[in-house]
Write a protein that binds this ligand. Structure first.
Ligand SMILES: [Zn+2]
Length: 354
């Protein structure tokens, strides 16, 4: 079962659970000080076929509005990450808080999300993978989605295994082919292999692949404009968006440090917050947390689901977050913000560090 299917199931049962009010039993012990939300893209609804996996990496503008209204109605304070850090140092907060964070550096964060956030006066953080605004990123997951939707078959040659042929004639095959090629790509993250594979799959030159991706990402000018607004914090998200656990110590340090330097040079502001690419246990753990601490960041955020508790003041390099996506309804927000869902996932453990 892929993660989007799991999310859909949660979304389907959420109205029943929240209707029964079970989540309210968890809130006193498990809501904690508040939550940090993870967003990726904010993309208007379009009448086109999509691959399901992508829907867990985006929301519509209406959902962003609805999420803001939910937290306003529930009486949350909207904090920047600097303010979250301060609240953690104190170990308490007058009111529950929520912090909005956006990963990677998508153009629609500026064109679609920013006007909404500004209208509601919501502080937010965007974590930049510096290859995005440097136009050296290949957003292969969107190129792959398009290819799988448009084609009946995808064929290519690569590596010792030789010839690959994936059928994508119908919905089921398209979803399966997307997942299969995605895991092949994810296993080939070493730079040269990775690019060779992408060129072969899509039958395009490296420059063509960069050009396609250009239209989806923030430029440095956009980032400077955002950074000029006190509502916005710019954080680092490495240079290449590799799974950090697979890198050598030196590569790990470079990925983090160089991305911070590049951003600081571009925006002339110190960068003090970091998000681990992917951020699951298998991709970021103790070694990565220690590095982020050593490099002096105030906070590091993972994608482990969880609320923030006073005990996190000793673990500011591995703060959990809660993902908001296409199936995050109001009922799901109740289950997440009360701490009920994180309770179930982590079997009651509040601070997840491993
Ligand atoms: Zn990311």
């Amino acid at each position: 079962m892929n993660s989007y299917t799991k999310k859909k199931i949660i979304s389907a049962v959420a109205p029943v659970l929240s209707g029964l009010g079970i989540h309210k039993l968890f809130a006193p012990g498990y809501a904690g000080l508040g939550q940090i939300l993870t967003f990726h893209r904010v993309r208007p609804d379009q009448d086109e076929e999509r691959i399901h996996n992508h829907l867990s990496l985006e929301i519509s503008p209406q959902q962003l509005e609805a999420t803001i209204h939910f937290y306003k109605k529930e009486g949350y304070a909207f904090l920047s990450l600097d303010e979250v850090f301060e609240a953690l140092k104190k170990g308490n907060a007058k009111t529950k808080f929520v912090a909005f964070t956006f990963d990677d550096g998508y153009l629609d964060n500026y064109t679609v999300a920013y006007p909404i956030l500004r209208a509601h006066n919501i502080p937010f953080t965007i974590y930049i993978t510096t290859n995005f605004p440097d136009y050296r990123a290949i957003l292969w997951w969107y190129i792959l989605e398009k290819a799988v939707i448009e084609k009946d078959v995808i064929e290519f040659t690569f590596g010792p295994s030789g010839d690959y042929r994936f059928s994508c004639k119908n919905r089921t095959e398209k979803e399966a082919t997307f997942d299969a090629i995605r895991s092949l790509i994810n296993q080939s993250f070493q730079i040269n292999d990775h690019k060779e594979l992408l060129k072969n799959i899509f039958d395009k030159t490296e420059d063509q692949l960069y050009d396609y991706s250009k239209g989806l990402v923030l430029s440095w000018d956009d980032i400077r404009t955002l950074n000029a607004d006190p509502l916005c914090t710019i954080g680092a998200h490495t240079v290449n968006h590799f799974p950090l656990s697979q890198l050598s110590e030196k590569q790990l340090q470079d990925e983090i440090e160089i991305s911070r330097q590049l951003i600081e040079e571009q925006i002339a502001t110190s960068v003090q917050h970091f998000a681990y690419p992917f951020g699951k246990v298998s991709e970021a753990s103790w070694r990565e947390f220690e590095m982020v601490k050593k490099l002096g960041f105030k906070t590091g955020v993972t994608t482990r689901i969880g609320n923030v508790f006073p005990a996190h003041q000793h673990q500011t390099a591995c703060l959990p977050r809660i993902s908001v996506n296409r199936v995050t309804t109001k009922d799901v927000l109740y289950l997440q913000s009360s701490g009920m869902l994180p309770f179930i996932v982590h079997r009651g453990k509040k601070v997840i560090t491993h």
